[in-house]
Every structure is written in C-alpha cells, then in structure tokens.
Design a protein around this ligand. Structure first.
Ligand SMILES: O=C(CO)[C@@H](O)[C@H](O)[C@H](O)[C@H](O)COP(=O)(O)O
Ligand SMILES: [Zn+2]
Length: 204
C-alpha cells in the first residue's frame, strides 16, 4: 500500500511544531511550578493519611485519568507499594447507568459522592475547562470535603474557580494541552515517588 503523505512533511512540520510548543511550554511551566508543587503536596498528604485520589476526564483526558491512576496503583518508575487511586472513567456499568438514568453531567459527580471521603483528592482533567461532568465532579468533591485539582488549558479567560489548585497550560488547542497534561502527570508521579521513597541523588 502506498501513501500520498510525504514523510518529510510530517517530520518537519509536526515534530518541529511540537518542539517549538514544548519549548514555549517549558517557559510557562516554570511559572506553573508553585501550583504544581501545591498539587503534589495535596496528593502526597492524601496518600500519606490513607486517603485516595479519584481522577476523571473525557476522551483523551479519560485516558490520562486512567494513566495517572495506573501509575499510582501499579508503579511509575521505581519500585514501591501500591498507592490508592481510582479512575472514574473505567466502570462502563456505572457510566451507562448514571448517564442513562440521571444525566451524562453526573457520571463523575455521582461516583465522587459515593467514593470521596474527607481528605481525599479529586483530580479533574478538562482541556476546555468547560466539561460539565468534570466541573460537577469538582463540586461534589468540595461537598465531600475532598481536595480538588483541575488540569486545564487557557481556552477560558479565567478557569472556573472550582478547584483548590488549577494547573492551566497556556495553549488553546486540545491536543497541545493534552501533550502538556501528561508531562504534568508524570512530574506529579515522580514527586509522589520521591515523597514515598526518598529523592534519588541523580536522575537515572
Ligand atoms: O483527545 C481528544 C482530542 O485530542 C478528544 O478525545 C477530547 O479529549 C474530547 O473531545 C473531550 O470531550 C474534550 O473534553 P475537554 O478536554 O474539553 O473537557
Ligand atoms: Zn487527544
């Protein structure tokens, strides 16, 4: 089978574009550092006190939610015991029951209300910052006295003030924001591992 897409176009345009974006994002991520540290502290406090992290998002962000939860219940880079985390995107029975019998806007919030306890942390991932099911999940978390973290982008002039910590990537295209979200998630995982295992002397 032949393709009409010239590979040089892919590598030149897409890869270079990604590198330029990532460099720009790096500048911006430096400014996000205080929020990132605060987000890591919330996750670490929750886990050290025996609480759990609940994560939700739609589409690619649902995959990110699962990815984050699996890094904690399974492992990230170094060997350690399992940490408590649940992706609210994976139980098709709960999602279809709540979506069908109540509303799609409630698919995460109802799970948060049933699972979240005081001191847990709920992480919502929404590149637009507008997905009602994610925003309702953060609201439900507040009602349960759980901490809240929102990973978003800069599509909204001011992201909804519904989270204790908002990590907003300075980009407006969903895919580009997602590329940075997974970087943030991996930095969070590394910081959480350091808290449980001690910091490594040099990066392996
Ligand atoms: O992965 C992508 C696009 O890159 C899509 O699946 C995307 O996640 C979906 O359109 C989501 O529904 C977008 O939701 P949100 O990020 O605005 O909350
Ligand atoms: Zn995507």
């Amino acid at each position: 089978m032949t393709t009409s897409i010239p590979t040089s176009e892919l590598t030149q345009t897409q890869f270079r574009g990604a590198l330029t974006r990532h460099r720009a994002a790096l500048e911006h991520l430096n400014r996000l550092e205080p929020e990132l540290i605060r987000a890591a502290e919330l996750c670490i406090q929750t886990l050290q006190r025996g609480g759990k992290i609940l994560v939700c998002g739609n589409g690619g962000s649902a995959a990110d939610a699962q990815h984050f939860a699996a890094e904690l219940t399974g492992h990230f880079r170094r060997e350690r015991g399992p940490l408590s985390a649940v992706a609210l995107t994976t139980d098709s029975s709960a999602l279809t029951c709540i979506g069908n019998d109540y509303a799609f806007e409630d698919v995460f919030s109802r799970q948060v209300t049933s699972l979240a306890r005081v001191g847990d942390t709920v992480v919502g991932i929404s590149t637009s910052g507008r997905s009602p099911n994610v925003l309702r999940a953060l609201q439900a978390a507040k009602e349960a006295q759980a901490s809240t973290i929102l990973l978003t982008g800069s599509k909204l002039a001011s992201p909804p003030a519904r989270a204790d910590v908002t990590l907003a990537i300075a980009a407006d295209r969903t895919a580009h924001i997602q590329e940075m979200h997974i970087l943030l998630i991996h930095v969070l995982c590394e910081t959480i591992d350091d808290a449980f295992l001690g910091q490594e002397e040099a990066d392996a």
